[in-house]
Design a protein around this ligand. Structure first.
Ligand SMILES: [Fe+2]
Length: 206
C-alpha cells in the first residue's frame, strides 16, 4: 500500500506563488485521490503487491498506469519546488550542461515556459537528462512520464494540468510557469543530474 508522501514544506510555504487553498486542493484532493485509487488496484490485483511505484509504472497500462504515474509525477513536482526564502541556483556540472545544451539559464527558462504553455490540454513539462548527460525538454500528456520506453531521466517538472494553477492563476498558465521558475529547488535538480537515473520515489510513500 502506498501512502501520501509528506510535503517537504508547509502548505503555506510557497505563498504567494501557490497559496494554501491551491496547495490543499492539489495535494489533499488530487494527489491523495491517485494514491487511494492505486491502493484499490493493489488490493485486488496480486501481481501489483510488493512492486515499487516505478516498477508499476513501467509494467502497467490504463487506470493502473494513470494513477501510479500521477503519484510519481506529483511527488516529484512537490520535491522540485522550494520556498522563495530557500532560493538556490544551478551550479557545477548541471550549469555546464545547461550552457552546452541551451546556451544559458535564461534560454532554458524561456524554452521551458514556452513548452509548458504549448502543452495541449493536461500534462507536464519536463527537463530531462539521458545517460550521457544530454539535456532535453519533454512535454507529456495526461499522466505520461518521460522514462517509459527507455526515455530520459527526469530532472525537473512543472504540472500544467489546470488543477495545478487555476485557483491562483485562473487561465494564466504562462504567469504560473514564470513564477514556478523562481521557486525551483535546484539542489534537487542537481541530485537528479548527478545520477542521471529515474529517482526512487517509492521510499517516500511506504
Ligand atoms: Fe496535478
Amino acid at each position: 500500500m502506498f501512502k501520501l508522501p509528506q510535503l517537504p514544506y508547509a502548505k503555506t510555504a510557497l505563498a504567494p506563488f501557490l497559496n494554501e487553498e491551491q496547495m490543499s486542493f492539489h495535494y489533499d484532493k488530487h494527489h491523495k485521490a491517485y494514491i487511494d485509487n492505486l491502493n484499490k488496484f493493489v488490493e485486488t490485483d496480486p501481481s501489483l503487491k510488493g512492486k515499487s511505484l516505478e516498477e508499476i509504472i513501467l509494467s502497467s497500462t490504463g487506470g493502473i498506469f494513470n494513477n501510479a504515474a500521477q503519484i510519481w509525477n506529483h511527488t516529484f513536482y512537490w520535491f522540485n519546488m522550494a520556498p522563495a526564502s530557500e532560493k538556490s541556483e544551478p551550479t557545477g556540472p548541471l550549469m555546464d550542461a545547461i550552457k552546452k545544451d541551451f546556451g544559458s539559464l535564461d534560454e532554458l527558462k524561456a524554452k521551458f515556459v514556452d513548452g509548458g504553455v504549448k502543452t495541449f490540454g493536461s500534462g507536464w513539462i519536463w527537463l530531462c537528462s539521458d545517460a550521457a548527460g544530454k539535456l532535453s525538454l519533454v512535454s507529456t500528456s495526461n499522466a505520461a512520464v518521460p522514462f517509459t520506453n527507455n526515455g530520459p531521466a527526469p530532472l525537473l517538472v512543472a504540472d500544467v494540468w489546470e488543477h495545478a494553477y487555476y485557483v491562483d492563476y485562473r487561465n494564466l498558465r504562462q504567469k504560473y510557469l514564470e513564477t514556478f521558475w523562481t521557486h525551483i529547488n535546484w539542489n534537487f535538480v542537481s541530485e537528479n543530474f548527478a545520477t542521471k537515473k529515474v529517482r526512487d520515489l517509492t521510499k517516500t510513500m511506504v
